[in-house]
Design a binder for this molecule. Structure first.
Ligand code: NAD
Length: 310
């Protein structure tokens, strides 16, 4: 198949590109290499075509006409909750207007389907766990709001314009290539500190939990969703809650370094727990996460360690 991956130079997108190439698909990456994102030109393998372009650019339609994709994997986004809170207009411009530009270009060129990187942030802070597809979406950040809104646009485009979709509501994705300098996941940030033999800060009491899903499992999911999950929105996680303290202890185990810890206050708006039950994705897409936290963290640690100059 011919597949365009927007955001394919980024952390998750680049692993999806690797998985599609391994399956023999033709891939074009469209990415602006946004300065506050995780996109790197070096993440895009030579066998994929690369176009350095903003998803809001009117030339997106021309690129789509030339490449004629069967599938569009939409992973480009303003991905920061903090930036979305400071600048909701920018968030909406990229995550809604940019996405509509991609959807219009997809319709024009007769693409069959869009795979969309939605988010667990669309649920806000629910009363009950685990989160499933029947949990009400009550986003508490502009980022969560735009991700939820775009799921509704996808339904509209399927109904009115015949463009199929599958939306994947990721929990906390982690793994090689995640930007440790941003406000990304705690795993990448901690590994960066451990490798520099620096101390780390644990906010709150460290017993707050997240559901960490390994990026290569997410890439496999995106292969399965190429021809399954028509019109579906799926909760994607491991159904396991992991605390910040557990992440810390696992890294001590992997690295042999007992990083000094300072305690920070609870960050405003920080949720206590997250847990995503992927039972529907298992049933309808045939996907279950395969990688244990220890194995995924070891792979991530080894990746970042290899980047440290000797
Ligand atoms: N990392 C997670 O845990 C997580 C969780 C839920 C959802 N998501 C979603 O998954 C997708 C990928 O996230 P990621 O963690 O890999 O982040 P990332 O920053 O590594 O990847 C996003 C990519 O989008 C590109 N981009 C940003 N603005 C753009 C624009 N205007 N035009 C073109 N390209 C642009 C960036 O350059 C980057 O390469 C995003 O849509 C994000 O919202 C991520």
């Amino acid at each position: 198949m011919r597949i365009i991956v927007t955001g394919g130079a980024g952390f998750i997108g680049s692993h999806i590109v690797d998985a599609y190439l391994a399956e023999g698909h033709d891939v074009l990456v469209l990415d602006s290499l946004w300065e506050h994102g995780g996109g790197r030109r070096a993440n895009v393998p030579e066998r994929a075509s690369f176009v350095h372009m903003d998803i809001r650019d009117e030339n997106v339609a021309r690129i789509f006409q030339e490449f004629r994709p069967d599938i569009v994997s939409h992973h480009a986004a303003q991905h920061s909750v903090a930036i979305s809170s400071r600048d909701p207009k920018y968030d909406a411009d990229v995550n809604v207007m940019g996405m509509l530009n991609v959807l219009d270009a997809s319709v024009k060129v007769g693409a069959k389907k869009v795979l969309f990187a939605s988010s667990g942030a669309t649920f806000g802070t629910p009363e009950r766990f685990p989160i499933t597809e029947s949990t009400p979406q009550n986003p508490t950040s502009p980022y969560g709001i735009t991700k939820m809104v775009t799921e509704h646009y996808l339904r509209f485009y399927k109904e009115e314009k015949g463009l199929d979709f599958t939306a994947l509501r990721y929990g906390n994705v982690y793994g090689p290539r995640q930007d440790p300098n941003g406000e990304a996941g705690v795993i990448a940030i901690f590994i960066g500190k451990f490798l520099k033999h620096e101390g780390i800060r644990i906010d709150w009491d460290g017993e707050q939990t997240r559901d960490y899903v390994f990026v290569k499992d997410v890439a496999k999911l995106n292969v399965l969703a190429l021809d399954k999950g028509s019109g579906g929105c799926y909760v994607i996680g491991t159904n396991v809650k992991t605390s910040v303290n557990q992440i810390y202890r696992t890294l001590v185990q992997i690295s042999g370094f007992e990083a000094p810890v300072t305690q920070g206050p609870r960050r405003p708006g920080d949720a206590r727990d997250a847990q995503f039950d992927p039972a529907l994705a298992a049933k309808e897409l045939g996907w279950t996460p395969q990688t244990t936290l220890l194995d995924g963290m070891q792979q991530t640690y080894d990746y970042f360690k290899a980047l440290v100059p000797a």
